[in-house]
Design a protein around this ligand. Structure first.
Ligand SMILES: [Fe+2]
Length: 374
């Protein structure tokens, strides 16, 4: 392309963009909106990921005051503020967010050229008072798995639980597939935002259904830890937890995966990581494992329970089996409910108090399916 043609092309694009941008400013209502409110995700380490969605692509930042200083933390990558996405993910230091109030803000960025850009209107969330303070006693953990788009039934089950959660664990298969971005935002992200109100941390444990579809690969950009992984450890006061990414539920060669998965490599890497974890780093009074597939004594040929026992873990909490179940043993397993079939759905509340782990599972009709002290 000649220099003149290149120049005229840019002039035309700029004029069209100015008209479009002008239209968005002239319209008396703002088309740039927050379509999914912020949720704060635990990802291990010293940072939370705050994630939300807007109606149009643009920038995103989180604002709060810490030690008298006004902070603005951007959704950015290697110094560049991300402006080409409708989902915004900002990493904020846990220490600065706990017990603090934050807002999220986004601005419509219709066009970003090399040396100038066109900006549309902004939108901002209501201020959110975030809890997340680490507790040493009486920790309530809401355990949700296998929603599989049964939000209506889930909310019915939750209406029978009175306790307020300090922590929300979403233990996989929140959606049935990750074929489109909407399946992430309208289900997984919206469920996290609705359940937590953005005010308590959400622990996401990847289920096998979250590995399926074209969008599954980029889920880690928003919810993964700093290395883009879904397995990590975290502390929450008296709780020390290991989060396992149990991956797919069948061998890589299964026809369902069309030869496009390599979970064997992931499992090898993750198992090695698990064996190298330091027991001294996980010295909370309560030591719990969260894994979508909770039956780990022979997980693709390896006894994952052995390194977990060496770490002093006391309980594995999971889903996948669509049932309310407690397996006694050296390392007990608690399956929290989820989609039970025939329109029934069950949620669980776990309480850590007086040195005991108490679990209770309630279904859509308010029936208590399981109640137990560990
Ligand atoms: Fe599953």
């Amino acid at each position: 392309m000649t220099a003149i043609a290149y120049y005229f092309k840019n002039v035309i694009i700029t004029v069209v963009a100015l008209i479009l941008c002008g239209v968005t400013w002239i319209i008396p209502f703002n088309l740039m909106k927050i379509t999914v409110a912020p949720a704060v995700f635990e990802t291990g380490g010293d940072y939370y990921n705050i994630v939300w969605e807007t109606s149009f692509k643009g920038s995103g930042c989180v604002k709060y005051t810490y030690n008298g200083e006004e902070k603005v933390v951007w959704d950015s990558n290697n110094g560049i503020i991300t402006s080409d996405d409708t989902v915004h993910s900002v990493r904020v230091p846990k220490e600065e967010l706990r017990g603090n109030t934050y807002t999220v803000e986004s601005q419509f960025i219709p066009f970003k050229f090399s040396y100038h850009c066109l900006k549309g209107r902004k939108c901002e969330s209501e201020p959110v008072v975030f809890g997340g303070e680490e507790k040493e006693a009486d920790i309530n953990i809401l355990c949700i798995a296998d929603i599989h788009e049964m939000e209506k039934e889930m909310n019915k089950a939750l209406s029978h639980i009175e306790e307020k959660a300090d922590l929300i664990c979403m233990i996989g298969d929140i959606t049935s597939e990750m074929r489109t971005k909407d399946q992430f935002t309208k289900f997984l992200l919206k469920d996290a935002a609705d359940l937590s109100g953005g005010a308590v941390p959400v622990v996401f444990t990847r289920g096998n259904h979250e590995t399926r579809g074209e969008y599954a690969g980029i889920l880690a950009d928003y919810l993964g830890d700093e290395d883009g992984k879904f397995y990590y450890t975290f502390d929450f006061g008296a709780l020390s937890a290991v989060v396992i990414d149990s991956g797919e539920d069948k061998e890589d060669s299964h026809k369902e995966y069309s030869g496009l998965v390599d979970f064997e490599s992931l499992r090898n890497e993750e198992y090695e990581w698990l064996c190298e974890l330091d027991k001294k780093e996980l010295d909370g009074r309560y030591r719990i494992v969260f894994s979508h597939e909770p039956i780990l004594d022979n997980h693709f040929g390896k006894a994952w329970t052995e390194p977990l026992k060496k770490l002093g873990m006391e309980l594995i909490v999971g889903g996948h089996w669509h049932e309310s179940r407690f397996d006694e043993g050296e390392l007990p397993v608690f399956i929290v409910g989820g989609n039970l079939g025939d329109g029934q759905w069950a949620a669980s509340m776990m309480k850590l108090s007086n040195g005991k782990i108490s679990v209770k599972t309630v279904d859509t009709e308010g029936n208590i399916l399981l109640e137990k002290d560990v």
